[in-house]
Write a protein that binds this ligand. Structure first.
Ligand code: PLP
Length: 396
């Protein structure tokens, strides 16, 4: 029997303990495996890192995988590898996390924002094609919330215009497009941040079918040294390695990689649970007209179920999204915001003269969007509490 943890407090229906919008799902075995690495005498990048990369290759089918300390560091390394700089343009959604736009700006290149679809929040291949100029160096679309982009069309455009296409697959580990795992083909970047489908605390990976690019990235992520082979005698790199070009320090330590190994083993199971929670949400939200879930694309794909994103009908609700979020918080229900559009954030408003009205669908969503609590260990009772709190806030 499910016992609701709600009690009445000053007219509000109040959950007893705070329900975060996301919570990493970490097993006792994973904790023990991290402890083993800590006791082993080798905690930075070594055998566990090599195994994690090999497991990720097996899982996604990618030919080359390079792990780093975050997806943002993957972006920075990639930007260096392709020589992204002043005069270059990067086509990106504004409905995304700030990482790729920031890296573009840091390189002195120009972000070119493309409006998203109002209900899938993904940029369309057609809109991307219109934004291509002779200066376009990179196209970085986002597989939003775990749905897959229409990759056939993006690949076709990239090929015809001879522009590099790199998928931001932060939300999409475990997802598929037309029978292929995201990351298997082309170039894709993933994140292992604590809210993502698997976590290493912080972490990220680059998956590519271009072996030469993978080698370059591998070297650039570690000081630009010429040798990356793990030396089985010294447990480290060959000490003779020398700098081929200046590089970064973005290697993922074994104490984190070992967590990833365990997480990846349970990824399908965790994504399945996420999917069940999302299905339950969709059913229970169907009769709350103020809450609008995302639409799903109609081509063949497997959802990675990363986030439970909804939009608040602010007219019907008679309150702003921010007010709605704080009313839920006052009832001990956490929410997330994926995302506040990038082009209207202070730096980009000021430096690029971005203005409201530029990207209507993006801005419409940016004012209405929020992510409801959703993580593998969430219970049916938790979900019942969220729905009850939403109804209470909306006075239903
Ligand atoms: C999380 C996220 C990133 C950044 O990942 P980090 O590992 O935190 O650097 C980039 N893009 C999107 C769409 C994300 O959600």
């Amino acid at each position: 029997m499910l016992v609701s943890s709600f009690f009445q407090s000053g007219g509000k229906k109040m959950r007893e303990t705070f329900l975060p919008f996301s919570k990493p799902c970490i097993s006792e075995e994973e904790i023990a495996a991290v402890a083993d690495v800590l006791r082993s005498g080798w905690i930075t990048t070594g055998p566990k890192g090599a195994q994690f990369e090999s497991d990720l290759k097996n899982y996604t089918g990618a030919e080359n995988v390079v792990c780093m300390t975050s997806e943002t560091s993957v972006m920075q390394t990639l930007a260096r590898a392709i020589g992204l700089g002043p005069g270059d343009e990067v086509i990106t959604p504004s409905m995304t996390w700030v990482s790729m736009v920031n890296i573009t700006a840091l390189c002195g290149a120009t972000p070119v924002f493309v409006d998203c679809d109002r209900d899938t929040l993904m940029i369309s291949p057609e809109a991307v094609e219109k934004a291509i100029t002779p200066r376009t160096k990179l196209i970085v679309p986002v597989h939003f919330a775990g749905a897959a982009l229409d990759m056939d069309k993006f690949r076709d455009i990239a090929e015809r215009h001879k522009v590099m296409l790199v998928e931001d697959a932060a939300h999409a580990l475990g997802g598929e497009y037309k029978g292929e795992k995201i990351g298997k083909r082309g170039h894709a970047m993933f994140s292992f941040h604590p809210i993502k489908n698997i976590t290493t605390g912080e972490g990220g990976m680059f998956a590519t079918d271009d072996a030469e690019l993978a080698d370059r990235i591998r070297s650039l992520k570690f000081h630009g040294l010429g040798v990356d082979a793990y030396d089985r005698q010294t447990h480290g790199r060959a000490p003779q390695a020398q700098v081929m070009e200046p590089g970064f320090k973005f290697n993922l330590p074994d104490m984190q990689a070992v967590l990833g190994i365990g997480q990846l083993r349970r990824l399908d199971e965790m994504n399945r649970k996420r999917g069940e929670i999302i299905a339950c949400y969709r059913e229970k939200l169907a009769d709350i007209e103020e809450i609008m879930p995302l639409a799903e694309p109609d081509y063949e794909f497997v959802h990675a179920n990363h986030l439970m994103v909804v939009r608040l009908d602010i007219d019907k609700a008679g309150m702003s999204r921010d007010e709605f979020m704080s009313e839920l918080k006052a009832r001990n229900i956490g929410t997330g915001l994926h995302f506040r559009c990038v082009h209207l954030q202070k730096y980009y408003r000021d430096s690029m003269n971005c203005q409201s009205g530029m990207l209507p669908n993006t801005e419409w969503n940016s004012e209405r969007i929020l992510s409801l609590p959703m993580f593998p260990d969430m219970t049916e009772a938790d979900l019942t509490d969220v729905i009850a709190a939403i109804k209470d806030v909306l006075k239903k």
